[in-house]
Design a protein around this ligand. Structure first.
Ligand code: COA
Length: 328
């Protein structure tokens, strides 16, 4: 029994999908009163992708297929699909079910989680808990968003920030050991999700909103102040609980909202920005998709490897925030 409760949920595959259409800062500056210089210096964003034919579920399915292929997992072996999204085309069916149909994961239970830019972190935490509870062996967790459909394209304070895309991971709750060998999945250095710290503060929910008939609206400075305070706090919580220092982490994968937020978090943790890879220059803020898109990119480029210790942190509407500690 002990082995079961000590086991860790491993990330065994990653994937991503971005729409083909690129929208540059210069193109945006012909649509609203802004400039490449303003957007770049305030946010680090240079381009974003915009969905044309793509849907949240078509991109989610493409990202999932890459993650399945990489992990050598058959779609029919997936027991659970969770899609983190706040921009689904349908109130029902959920996006995860539409992805299920596209990839042929007929045996999976499917649902969506809606925690905006923290959605992927929360979805991973739920999938990990369901795997540890038993019954689920393999899961797909997908962040997928079409933020371009949620924007007022005449509001320069918001429309320059966001982009579309999807990222996915395959999770495996099976022990890593070969037949006849001792099970090591409960050991301190075993691969898998080690710890999670997630929070919400609904009392500040109206700082960042998007309604059925109203586009994304926010108090940018409030969101900025919230993120640079709560993200380092959450990271420190998981580090402390696991007797780690900030230096022990190989790579911090943060939600890609704004380069200045990431720089501030690095500074608060007294770390070099080198440990904080970023790609918002290419894709903007893709909400729940940003962390798995970056994870897939780093994996593809061999910038992260088996054994690395990662912290994944999300933050956004809710207000919500959280961090996961993961050994690859
Ligand atoms: N182009 C040019 N000028 C713009 C602009 C744009 N796209 N958007 C706003 N401005 C103007 C404002 O109107 C304001 O002009 P004023 O001084 O004449 O009134 C000026 O730039 C400064 O605006 P301000 O809102 O103070 O800028 P800022 O330095 O706070 O940067 C954000 C704005 C949105 C980039 C910044 O607050 C931010 O990144 N916040 C976090 C947002 C976020 O990441 N949200 C998602 C979280 S998941």
């Amino acid at each position: 029994m002990k082995g079961k409760y000590n086991m860790r949920t491993r990330i065994i595959g990653t994937g991503s999908c971005l729409p083909e259409k690129i929208l540059t800062n210069d193109e945006l500056s012909r649509m609203v009163d802004t400039s490449d210089e303003w957007i770049k210096t305030r946010t680090g964003i240079e381009n974003r992708r915009i969905a044309k034919e793509e849907t949240t579920y078509s991109m989610g399915a493409e990202a999932a297929k890459e993650a399945l292929l990489q992990s050598k997992t058959a779609a029919e072996d997936i027991d659970l699909i969770i899609a983190a999204t706040s921009s689904a085309e349908y109130a029902f069916p959920n996006t995860a079910s539409l992805i299920q149909k596209e990839i042929g994961a007929d045996g999976a239970a499917c649902f969506d989680v809606s925690v905006a830019c923290s959605g992927f972190i929360v979805a991973l935490n739920i999938a990990d808990a369901m795997i540890k509870a038993g019954g689920v062996k393999k899961a797909l967790v997908i962040g997928t968003e079409i933020m371009s459909g949620q924007l007022d394209w005449s509001d320069r304070s918001v429309c320059v920030l966001f982009g579309d895309g999807a990222g996915a991971v395959v999770l495996d709750g099976n022990c890593q050991h070969d037949k006849g060998q001792e099970c090591n999945s409960g050991k301190a250095n075993a691969s898998g999700i080690i710890d999670a710290d997630i929070h919400s503060d609904g009392s500040r929910g109206l700082v960042l909103t998007c309604g059925k008939d109203t586009p994304v609206n926010m108090n940018g400075q409030e969101v900025f102040k919230f993120a640079v305070k709560k993200v380092p706090e959450s990271i420190q919580t998981v580090l402390k609980r696991n007797n780690l220092t900030a230096d022990d982490i190989d790579c911090y994968i943060l939600h890609q909202a704004n380069l200045r937020i990431i720089e501030s978090v690095a500074k608060r943790l007294k770390l070099d920005i080198e440990k904080f890879p970023h790609n918002m220059d290419k894709y903007g803020n893709t909400s729940a998709a940003s962390i798995p898109i970056l994870l897939a990119e780093l994996n593809r480029e061999h910038r992260i490897k088996s054994g690395d210790l990662l912290v994944l942190s999300g933050f956004g509407a809710g207000l919500s925030w959280g961090s996961l500690l993961v050994r690859l």
